[in-house]
Design a protein around this ligand. Structure first.
Ligand code: UD1
Length: 434
């Protein structure tokens, strides 16, 4: 049994250092094997998804040298398998970035097919369309997708839907292709830009990342580099929401405020004060009354779908009726039943959540249905009256580094417990304190 145990009711106060961006790190680590030189990646978040991908790299023969908690050196010269096992894909979908990277470097790859997941069916048709346009023969069957080409050749690719994954996978495959690739209707997320900047630091020629047209001029070879991953937009947003829900005052360090603008805008509409500095953001919610607002998830620079559950946990405490519209994934309201068990008043109709604010949550034993839904339950637990115990924390561990250390440094009472006895001890100890 593993759980997060929270005694709620304390406003978060103080400073917190935001880790490197998980989703950028995943694209970057896949790209790192595309040269036979050594690549050093810094500011890697120490989270499960990253560690799974590092194991997948080792499994195909790359040498991964963990210099410290946040730095690795990768040597892709010793790769001896062009096949990525289901073991990795089932733990972490984005292992499929190895398709773009291996195909780009070796003109051949085979990767287990990712299935649907907790938040939706998540097809990969756009990835396949893109790789086919570059001249690869792509086959699907027996739980695998495989791709082969004599030589990839640049092409014009229009993505019918804005997709982070397809944009990154096609970018990876095209950097060593012959000639020019244009990706139209590309995703503009900060992590797409970070992967492009990383590949350019290896000698790639990618222009336009961050706009909806990315142009890649293929180069003969990539070389080694040292690169530092950008800060995590979603981890930062999660702490911003936790500050708001608990009516606290938190300074987030090591962030890029521009990446947080949509989140800041919604928290300001909800009645918080958000101050921006060069690489810090401060959220002040003490003495503020939370007000209802409307949120619709959109590709960047719109409001991120990965922040939808967390902001809903804040709006669950805002006076009036808030509307949250999820436009990206079809199954992203699984936290609602759990939040309602904690006293929230949320109804879901189709892809819209109608949230009637309550004055406080109450602690309960709940289960995390997926990564960001789990983060929403933590936020609720931090605000709630009494104790919250969250099961299924393996989802949350995929994407948040050192929650215990970071939250407790902000004054929370939060623990990772592994037995019933530890959970009981947590309650007893904290009953005594109060
Ligand atoms: C990435 C993020 C995830 C985030 C999501 C949206 C990583 C590792 N994960 O996921 O945290 O929630 O972006 O910001 O970076 N689609 C298709 N066909 C495809 C690919 C996608 O129809 O071939 C659809 C999806 O079902 C979804 C939409 O496009 O409705 C966006 O998905 P996409 O941006 O690809 O998400 P991921 O890259 O999987």
């Amino acid at each position: 049994m593993e759980q997060y145990a929270i005694k709620g009711g304390t406003p978060l106060r103080g400073e917190v250092e935001i880790s490197g961006a998980k989703n950028a790190a995943l694209g970057i680590l896949a790209g790192a094997i595309m040269t036979d030189d050594i690549v050093t990646i810094e500011n890697l978040p120490n989270v499960k998804d990253v560690n799974v991908l590092l194991c997948a790299l080792e499994d195909i023969g790359a040498v991964v040298d963990r210099i410290d908690t946040h730095t690795v050196k990768i040597d892709g010269s010793s790769i001896n398998r062009l096949s990525v096992d289901y073991e990795y894909i089932k733990k972490m979908r984005a292992s499929y970035y190895l398709m773009g990277a291996l195909l780009g470097k070796y003109n051949e790859a085979e990767v287990a097919l990712p299935g649907g997941c907790a938040i939706g069916s998540r097809p990969i048709d756009l990835h396949i369309k893109g790789l086919r346009a570059l001249g690869a023969d792509v086959d699907q069957g027996y739980g695998l997708w495989s791709a082969k080409a004599t030589r990839l050749v640049g092409n014009h690719i229009y993505l019918d839907k804005v997709s982070v994954g397809a944009t990154i996978n096609i970018m990876l495959a095209s950097v060593l292709a012959l000639g020019k690739t244009t990706i139209e209707n590309a995703a503009r997320e900060p992590h797409v830009v970070d992967v492009a900047n990383f590949l350019n630091s290896m000698g790639a020629n990618i222009r336009g990342a961050g706009t909806d047209i990315i142009r890649v001029m293929g180069v003969e070879k990539l070389h080694g580099t040292t690169y530092s991953v950008i800060p995590d937009q979603i981890e930062a947003g999660t702490y911003m929401c936790a500050a708001a829900a608990t009516k606290g005052d938190v300074l987030l360090r090591n962030v890029i405020p521009k990446h947080l603008e949509a989140i800041s805008a919604k928290l300001i509409e909800a009645g918080c004060i958000v101050e921006e500095f060069d690489d810090c953001v401060r959220v002040i919610a003490e003495d503020q009354k939370l007000k209802s607002t409307q949120v619709i998830t959109q590709p960047y620079p719109g409001f991120p779908t990965d922040m939808q559950p967390e902001v809903a946990a804040v709006l669950g405490l805002a006076e009036g009726i808030s509307i949250v519209n999820e436009s990206i994934f079809e199954n992203r309201f699984k936290y609602v039943d759990e939040l309602n068990r904690m006293g929230a008043n949320i109804k879901v109709e189709g892809n819209v959540a109608i949230i009637t604010g309550v004055t406080s949550y109450n602690g309960a034993r709940v289960s995390a249905p997926d990564l960001r839904a789990g983060a929403a339950l933590i936020i609720a637990g931090l605000q709630a009256d009494g104790y919250t115990f969250i099961d299924d924390i393996q989802y949350i561990q995929r994407g948040y580094e050192d929650l215990e250390g970071k939250l407790n440094s902000l004054g929370a009472t939060f623990a990772h417990v592994t037995t019933d006895a530890e959970a009981q001890k947590f309650t007893l100890k904290n009953n005594k304190v109060s």
